[in-house]
Design a protein around this ligand. Structure first.
Ligand code: ACO
Length: 399
């Protein structure tokens, strides 16, 4: 394309696509997404079937290896994850150094990046065995880092992993264990959390995955690449959206205020958070599944009164021409925050709850990228709009 020029001064043909809406940045065989028809598949398996029959760890294996594991493969994978859940004691000190009111997502960003210094062998990215060790470490340690961040904010002592428990149960234990007694997770909460983890595991080339691939394309270690993903996920238009939904629902406060609020959205004063998606233009299949999980969690925790407001807002929006004509439907974040709040999580923890499961997607995408012979360092060009060649003017000569 560079050679298609109308004159010597012509830079050549250039695609200008500032938000990459029509640019495929890579080839990938991991996640299939059809936004028009609300289809999401991991390695060809529909998200609905995985959410119903699978577990998060099995899905993580699927994303990474491309096939569902046999029982023996799964047992080995789960064993490796389980024995890698602990972090170096100095990581604890590191997390302890953050301010008491630090945002847990900022702590996660810092601590996952810091893991690269604990595992300097991680830069051997061309060694398949080494890549797999870092993959296991990342998936295993992310919940531990997340729980440490939470306990730090709450001013509570850290709880070490309990390797008798399954992946989601161990996370609940590290978060909520209050006594010396063994923490016994409620199986309904554990399953709901596992479903949330499955739904959030991957979503093709979203902002944070694109960040992981872009940074990873410099051949840096995977901890640094994943830290870039956490940074992207921190933003309110991506992983921060469920937090924004909860703040919005609390601000609406009562059903009586919904009409005025919706008018404000339509007047362009603000966005209806948890609605709309860059790719899904009919419905977000994850939102349908998560709504059901919401009911299961509320059976254990009691109903969150904000659910009534959320349901009413959704009902009005789904019948309103403003939202219908723009193809704005509830996305996964519209309901996930309600579950996290029911679990007693502060809003700052919501994006962290997204980052834990997305780690398997990030690392699967990183593995795919590292092995893609076509992949070079990500280095987009630009449409230059500034001044051209001009002479320097001394400071005392400038007016
Ligand atoms: N509320 C009100 N209006 C909206 C919303 C919304 N949530 N989302 C889009 N619109 C409107 C825009 O104002 C625009 O209207 P216009 O054509 O009259 O100017 C039109 O719909 C198209 O919007 P874009 O911003 O072009 O859509 P885009 O695909 O770039 O944005 C996004 C997608 C960022 C998700 C957007 O819908 C949004 O901001 N939603 C709220 C935040 C949110 O829920 N994010 C979570 C995304 S899912 C995830 O990360 C897991």
């Amino acid at each position: 394309f560079r050679q298609i020029k109308t004159s010597d001064d012509d830079f050549g043909l250039m695609a200008y696509d500032p938000a990459f809406t029509n640019t495929a940045s890579c080839r990938s065989a991991i996640t299939y997404l059809d936004g028009e028809n609300g289809v999401l598949e991991y390695r060809g398996y529909p998200i609905e079937q995985l959410a119903e029959h699978s577990t998060y760890l099995e899905v993580a294996y699927l994303l990474i290896h491309g096939e569902l594991p046999t029982q023996a493969q799964f047992d080995e994978f789960e064993h490796h994850i389980t024995v890698h859940t602990f972090v170096h004691e100095n990581v604890k000190e590191f997390v302890g150094g953050f301010r008491h009111d630090a945002h847990p997502m900022g702590m996660l960003l810092g601590s996952v990046g810091a893991l690269s210094t604990f595992y300097p062998d991680a830069n051997e990215i061309h060694d398949p065995e080494n890549r797999m060790i870092q993959t296991i470490r990342l998936i295993a340690k992310m919940p531990t880092l997340a729980a440490f961040a939470y306990r730090h904010v709450m001013g509570m002592p850290y709880v070490y992993p309990d390797n008798d428990l399954k992946y989601p149960g161990n996370f609940l234990s590290m978060m909520y264990k209050m006594t010396e007694l063994k923490y016994e997770p409620d199986p309904r909460l554990e399953r709901a959390l596992d479903i949330l983890f499955i739904l959030h595991a991957d979503h093709e080339q979203n902002c944070s995955t694109n960040a992981v691939r872009a940074v990873g394309s410099s051949q840096v270690d995977p901890y640094s690449a994943v830290a870039a993903g956490v940074g992207a996920l921190y933003g309110p238009l991506h992983g921060g959206a469920n937090e924004a939904v909860l703040r919005m629902l609390k601000r609406i406060g009562s059903k009586d205020n919904i009409k005025d609020f919706m008018q404000g959205v339509k007047d362009g004063n603000e966005r209806l958070m948890g609605f709309g998606h860059r790719v899904y233009k009919n419905f977000d299949p994850r939102a349908t599944i998560i709504r059901k999980a919401t009911e299961d969690v509320f059976e254990v925790t009691g109903v969150n009164p904000l659910l009534q407001i959320a349901n009413e807002v959704a009902k009005i929006a789904l019948e309103d021409d403003y939202f219908v004509s723009r193809k704005l439907y509830p996305n996964v974040d519209f309901y996930s925050g309600l579950i996290y709040e029911a679990l007693g999580l502060p809003m700052d923890m919501f994006p962290v709850m997204f980052a834990i499961p997305r780690t398997s997607g990030w690392i699967a995408q990183w593995l795919e990228m590292v092995q893609d012979k076509e992949q070079k360092i990500a280095r987009p060009r630009q449409i230059y709009t500034g001044e051209r060649t001009r002479d320097y003017v001394a400071l005392d000569k400038r007016s």
